[in-house]
Every structure is written in C-alpha cells, then in structure tokens.
Design a protein around this ligand. Structure first.
Ligand code: WT7
Length: 671
C-alpha cells in the first residue's frame, strides 16, 4: 500500500469519479486495442465475423446480416452449427481432463463435484440419448424447473445436442408460473428436481412442480433429479395428475440405462431456436423471448472473451442463477464455449456464514467474479471484515449486472473485493439482448462508477427524447438501439405482432422495409455524458426490478385481485437499500371485506403462490380509493412518492386529490 494510510485510500477512492484500468490487468487482457471501436464502426456488420469465428461451424454461413425484413433480422444465415459441440466436443482434445464445471453445494459437509470436460461430455451424451428415447425430437420445447444443480446445465446441453430448445423456469417461481410457461410453449417434457438446500434447510421442490403440472393442459413426460436423497422421499407421477397426465422417470436411472451412449450433435441452422426464456413485461402475460443458435452463441462467446476476459485456464465465477438469462449466457454458454472452468454455487452468500462467497473465491482461486449490485450492497452492510478475512488475490476482474450500481457500492466492491487491482465492469443488458450491450472494455476504457460505460464496439446506442431526437449530455432520456446485433432476440414465441409492438413500434416507422427506419426500444431511461458514457436510470414501463429480478406490476396486481375480498389493486416499486426496488401494494377491499392483518396475509400468500417469494410485497396499504386522473388512469407516480416518503408533487390533475393525503395518513399510521 506504498505508505498510504487506510484512511487516505478511502478518501481518494471516495473522491474519484474515474478509474484507469489497472496496468497489471491491461498487460494480459484479451482486448487492449482502442482502435476496436473505430474498426467495428467502419466494418459493420462484417465486424461480427470476429464473434462468429470464435465458434466451430459445420457449414460456413454465407451472409453476416440479412436485414431484408426488419425487424426480423437474421445473422450468419446459411451457417450450421451445434451449441453443445461448441461447448464440449471441441475442447476434448486439449482440455478433456480440465474442469468444465466446479459445482459447490450449499452444505459445507458435503463433497463438491467437479465435472471435467470429458465427464460433462459423457453425461450430456447419455442424457441426450435418454431424452430421445423418451420421445424428444428436434424443435420440441423441453422445460426445466430446476435449482442450481449440475444436472441443469447437463440437461440444457443435452437439449442443444439434439436440437430441442429448452425453456428454463426459475426454481423460485411458483407452480402457477410453471404452468403458464409450459402451456404457452406447448412443452410436453419437464426436467425437474426433488429439492435443494437453502440456508441449511432442505426445500422440497417436486411437490410444487406437480402442483404446476396440475395446471398444464396437455400430457407431460417428467424427469426427476434426486438432489436430496434420503432427506426427501419425493412423489413420482405414474399416469394421472390433474391437468397433465404422464409419468416421471428418475434421472440417474435414465443416465445409467444409457451409459456410454453417444449422440451425434445435430447440425442446427444458425437461426434455429436454441432456447426460450420467459420474462416479465407491461402486460400480465410473460413474454417468451426466442434466442437462436448462431447469433446468440457468437454474442455470449465474444462478450465473455472481450468483457469478462475469460481464458481457458481461468476459474470463472458468475454467481447468478441459471434460471435467469445471466446464468444461461455467462455461467453456461459463454464460458463453456471458451473452454474455461465455470463455477456453480447452489446456496446463499450468507450460509453458513457471511463470508461464504469469499471462502469459495479463496478455495477455488477464482479469477473473475460476476455478481449483482443487490449482493454487493448486502456485502457492504455485513462489513468489510468478511472479505478481509480471505485471500482474494486470485481475482483479476469483477463484474456487475441486473440493475444500476450506486457509486458507493461500486467503490466498495473495487476496494474491498478487488483490492484496487481488478477492473469492475458494470454491464447493461437484458433477457432480450442475449448478452452485454453497454459496458467498458476493461483492458481499454477508463471506468466511471455509476455509469455502465460506452456502448460496446459495433453497437449503435443513443439516448433520445419522446420523439426520438438525441438529448444533450447530462439530460435524462430514453435508451434506444439503432442497429441490430447478433445476440438479439428474434421474436416473442409465436407472437411476431407483440414482438414488433413491444420493442420496435415506439421509435420505428413500422411500415418501412428500410432497416435504418427501425429502432429497438429496451424500455429503460438513461443519460449520456460528454465522453459517451451511459448511466442507466431504470425501467420506464411497468416493470419493477427487485434484486435484479424483473417483475411486472400487472402480474402482481392480477395475483392480488385474485384474492377474495380485494376489489382493486395498484402496485409500484419503491426504493430499497439492498434490493434496489421493493414491491408496494395499494389495495381497495370489497364492501364487506375488512382491510386488516388477515387479508394482508392472504394477499402476500396470493402473490407468492402466483409468482414466487421474490414478488412478496414489502407493504400492503388499504385504501378506499386509488389516486386517478380525470381519464381514470391510476397515478402511479404519486404512489411511488408515498412508498419512497418523497414530497408529493402536484396532485391537482387528480379526479380525487384528497385521497393522496388519506393514503399518506394510512401509511403513517402503519397501514
Ligand atoms: C433490465 C433487464 C441483464 C441480465 C439480468 C437482468 C436492468 C440490467 C443493468 C445495469 C442498470 C440494468 C435494466 C434492464 N439492468 N443491467 N448494469 N445497469 N440497469 O435481465 O431481467 O431482462 O432485466 O435490468 O432495467 O432493462 P432482465
């Protein structure tokens, strides 16, 4: 620490608003040439051949970008490849005996599991053969409702091998959420799990899965992974089960029955679907985001290399859940495609102690850590002594994703986890973008805490006003993307019309065939500085971001009005010191129902049943009316002000101005 006192380091970091990439990092970084920005701009779209070239193709593509039918852009057309081949087979010669996955269970007295590339390849082949025998054919959607067990990436890659798209549903989602997604995708296969560990408890998952199947309108063949062993004697379906009839098969037995089986990877067209991922939007119905084999895999491989600086010899750790897009792109497909070692941790960061993350970094000598601002804010709250107790010197790069990171949390991460020697990449992207879009290239650009960074090379991102004109530096506007990119979603599953409506209609001339007339709208607010660094301000639609998880206010509202005794509900996001945002519900009861703790309990239960515990309201306020404009629209902004304890601005445009004070009084009185 070259003579500087702890105190002066703190002060220097707190005062700085720009940080240079550490020289020790730059020396070895995958990307270091600043010309890359100009080169990609002048060579667009051919610049993206660089991404495609990171993959092995069965048939070379003939066109980089087919933009003849916007906004249905196609990438690397004519090319054929297989994602499981790219993630596994091609590494066998050189890295067959190296670890592909280091899996760490939550209980500390249990053995961790290492899968070498050869072992992972073997199990993926065996399970692919088993899936085929169960009847899974090319293009059949296989749903996975699984926690962080290694069989989840095995199942995803087995599907990819036989050309069956997967649709992973986050294990923390409710039974209803599973049913909605399986019905929407007509998915006739489900891979699930008996349960998993959370904060020391064995959670039973299979009963919830069966509950969900009760709401599925067609037959479903199930496969069940036995994670808990004797801790949970889980039910297996044999024939009838409410809505979905069908039988379950034991995962281990299937894999044993197919021991040594080899399945040729199916050559998939670049534009063939690799997977579906459901995400929340403005309306109640979740959106089935479609990602393709060639464009998506190129994108996550290139960004893993350029931004996360992944190298084959690394032990790379992304602490997301594979049930979200971050885990798909940056635990499974990107890292494995580069032949590195990817770490998977089952449990929570505070079990058995608040240093579990640092314990894992030290033991596995992880070289990267990619996590969420909500986690960093929790680490900060727990205190710097937890990381300080461990040797974290193996770390070379830190990353964050999912929501804006406040400069204080950024600096804490940089100092107490990175020891000022790791660049921090704040990566902005979405389920729909497939991979990173806005962030610094860590070997090239300075970092500015609070700003994600400039758009990646080859990206045409702007901050505009309501009519699409660029706003001045420092002013708030809307984020737009003016050129397509390989990792972009191709459509919403079986709903091209909603795809155009949700993402393009706002800023495009939707009658035009000219690709330049089309602009993608991510529904985020943002501002840009004089250096082109973008600060993302958050969603401008009715989506709440709780701990980096996207929740639609409509989905939560419809769960609440489904509770007996509730007449109407409005849900807003309020600021939360750790979660970023939290759910606040304002509820009108039916005439004969009483708004009290009993109904509040039922509302919370109703939301957890319909969506999952992540959507649990932080507060439920009963009110005789909701603040409405003269045209009858709920004024959510005022409810947000109440949730945040902010001054209530102008209420004069309301039809019922007095109600705001009444609600405020109810909140002050404790709901
Ligand atoms: C929304 C997308 C990206 C994978 C995880 C979330 C917000 C994401 C950042 C960031 C500010 C961010 C945006 C975006 N978001 N990353 N670095 N800074 N905001 O994927 O569930 O599709 O959510 O998360 O609002 O639109 P998602």
């Amino acid at each position: 620490m070259s003579g500087e006192t702890e105190h002066s380091i703190e002060a220097r970091i707190a005062d700085a608003d720009e940080f240079e990439p550490p020289a020790s990092f730059v020396e070895q970084a995958n990307v270091t040439d600043p010309e890359i920005y100009d080169d990609f701009e002048s060579e667009w779209p051919e610049c993206w051949e660089q991404a495609a070239d990171l993959l092995d193709w069965d048939t070379e593509y003939d066109t980089v970008l087919d933009d003849s039918n916007p906004p249905f852009f196609e990438w690397f057309t004519g090319g054929e490849l297989n994602a499981s081949y790219n993630a596994l087979d091609r590494h066998l010669d050189e890295r067959g005996d190296e670890a592909a996955i280091e899996w760490i269970g939550e209980p500390t007295d249990e053995a961790n599991r290492t899968y070498t590339y050869r072992e992972l390849h073997r199990e993926v082949n065996e399970f692919a053969a088993a899936l085929r025998d169960l009847g899974v054919g090319e293009d059949d959607v296989v749903t996975m409702y699984m926690p962080m067990v290694p069989e989840l990436p095995v199942a995803m890659l087995a599907c990819a091998r036989i050309g069956a798209p997967h649709s992973v549903v986050f294990a923390g989602f409710s039974a209803d959420a599973l049913a909605t997604r399986m019905n929407s995708a007509d998915s006739e296969y489900l891979v699930t799990c008996d349960g998993y560990y959370r904060r020391g408890d064995a959670l039973e998952h299979k009963a919830k899965a069966d509950d969900g199947l009760g709401g599925v309108d067609h037959d479903v063949t199930g496969v069940v992974v036995d994670r808990l062993g004797d801790a949970y004697d889980h039910p297996m379906r044999d024939g009838g089960n409410g809505g979905a009839t069908g039988s379950d098969h034991d995962y281990d037995a299937l894999v044993d029955d197919h021991a040594g089986a080899e399945v040729d990877p199916v050559s998939r067209d670049a534009e063939d679907m690799l997977f579906l991922m459901y995400t929340s939007g403005t309306t109640g119905q979740p959106k089935g985001v479609k990602h393709t084999t060639g464009g998506y895999l190129s994108w996550v491989t290139w960004t893993s290399q350029a931004v996360l600086d992944v190298k084959p010899e690394d032990t790379y750790w992304c602490s997301a859940d594979i049930g979200w897009i971050t885990g798909h792109s940056y635990i499974v497909y990107g890292p494995l495609s580069l032949g590195t070692t990817t770490v998977m941790y089952e449990g929570t960061p505070d079990y058995p102690e608040k240093d579990r993350m640092w314990d894992i970094v030290e033991e596995y000598e992880t070289t990267q850590l990619y996590t969420a601002p909500t986690a960093i804010r929790a680490f900060m709250k727990w205190g710097e002594r937890y990381p300080a107790e461990h040797d974290l010197s193996s770390l070379r790069l830190l990353g964050t994703v999912g929501e804006p990171i406040n400069p204080r949390a950024w600096k804490w991460y940089y100092e107490h986890v990175g020891d000022e020697s790791c660049p921090v990449v704040d990566t902005w992207w979405q389920t729909e973008t497939g991979g990173m879009m806005i962030t610094t290239l860590p070997g090239v650009k300075n970092m500015k805490p609070g700003a994600a960074g400039p758009p990646l090379p080859g990206m045409d991102v702007n901050v505009v006003d309501a009519v699409g004109d660029e706003v001045d530096a420092g002013e708030a506007g809307y984020l737009t993307v003016d050129k397509p990119w390989p990792g972009m979603l191709r459509t919403l599953y079986q709903n091209d019309e909603r795809y155009v409506q949700e993402y393009w209609a706002e800023y495009s001339d939707t009658d035009s065939d000219d690709p330049d007339d089309w602009t993608y709208f991510p529904e985020d607010g943002a501002k840009i500085d004089d250096d082109g660094y973008i600060t993302v301000l958050g969603r401008v639609d009715d989506v709440i971001n709780v701990s980096g998880h996207r929740l639609g206010t409509m989905e939560i509202e419809s769960a609440i009005v489904g509770v007996e005794g509730v007449a109407e509900a409005a849900v807003v996001g309020g600021n939360h010191p750790v979660k970023g945002e939290a759910v606040h519900a304002y509820v009108i009861t039916e005439d004969d129902a009483e708004g009290g703790s009993e109904l509040r309990g039922k509302i919370i239960e109703g939301v957890e049943d319909a969506i999952g515990p992540i959507a649990r309201p932080e507060s439920v306020v009963f009110t005789p009316e909701l603040p409405k404009t003269r045209s009858g629209k709920i004024m959510r902004r005022l409810l947000e002000d109440i949730a945040n304890g902010d001054d209530l601005g102008n209420t004069s445009t309301l039809r019922n101005p007095g109600i705001v004070e009444d609600i405020q009084a109810a909140v002050d009185a404790g709901g």
